[in-house]
Design a protein around this ligand. Structure first.
Ligand code: SAH
Length: 219
């Protein structure tokens, strides 16, 4: 019996994973998590055809869903373990949270647009990502009631290291975030807490939407 022919969709997803590997993503757990988060459900309908191309795409409220390579790269740098509790700032579509939820025990994700937070919550529930809590609020304040976190990832660019979030990081914890001016060069920074000290590594150049203070005012 010949194998069932692959659909265009599954070919696109295989190429998507191969492209991530080619660009240097090697952690099999991260590749599996990327495979288990169906990006076509996180982009707006008009971009569904482009969901498996390696590009950021517009979502509601003038925001963007990050480029898959950057999602995989930041996830790999976080080195998430199955027992970890992870905090994400900047839910957006919920895609990064979905990827993290396949690797961690629990994921908390904070979004300053109520529209995006509500849509992401429904989307994640519908798709069966059950260990994710979506919180509407100002992520620059973190979630003190649920701290400390083993891992923190910020998916909007901060101009300076957000000290409030550093305080909510557990000892030996890792935080990964884009740092830099809103309209200039930004870099992915990895911070590791060891004892009282914070080790900083500057990784790759990126472009992210800004991390803004306060909840968004919407009509
Ligand atoms: N991780 C997202 C992409 C994030 S885009 C995904 O996978 O789709 C960055 C998001 O950060 C935007 O939705 C923006 O509204 C949000 N954001 C910016 N500043 C914030 C803040 N202070 N608190 C919470 N969310 C914030």
């Amino acid at each position: 019996m010949p194998d069932k022919p692959l659909s265009d969709g599954s070919i696109a997803r295989m190429e998507f994973l191969l492209a991530l590997r080619r660009r240097g993503i090697v952690d099999p757990a991260v590749l599996r998590a990327m495979d288990e988060a169906p990006r076509e459900h996180f982009v707006t309908a008009e971009y569904a055809d482009e969901a498996y191309e390696d590009q950021a795409l517009p979502i509601a409220c003038g925001q963007t869903i990050s480029q898959p390579y950057i999602v995989a790269y930041m996830t790999e740098q976080l080195a998430v373990k199955p027992q970890h509790r992870v905090l994400e700032i900047g839910t957006g579509s919920g895609y990064q949270a979905a990827v993290l939820s396949r690797l961690a025990r629990e994921v908390y994700t904070v979004e300053r647009f109520r529209t995006l937070a509500d849509a992401a919550r429904v989307r994640l529930e519908t798709l069966g990502f059950r260990n994710v809590q979506v919180v509407f609020g100002d992520g620059t304040q973190g979630l003190p009631e649920h701290a400390p976190f083993d891992r923190i990832v910020v998916t909007a660019a901060a101009e300076t290291v957000p000290e409030v979030l550093v305080e909510q990081l557990a000892d030996s914890g890792i935080m990964v975030l884009p740092l830099g001016p809103y309209d200039g060069p930004q870099v992915i920074v990895k911070l590791t807490k060891c004892g009282g000290a914070l080790k900083r590594e500057d990784l790759i150049g990126v472009r992210f939407v800004p991390l803004l203070r306060g909840q968004a005012r919407e009509l």
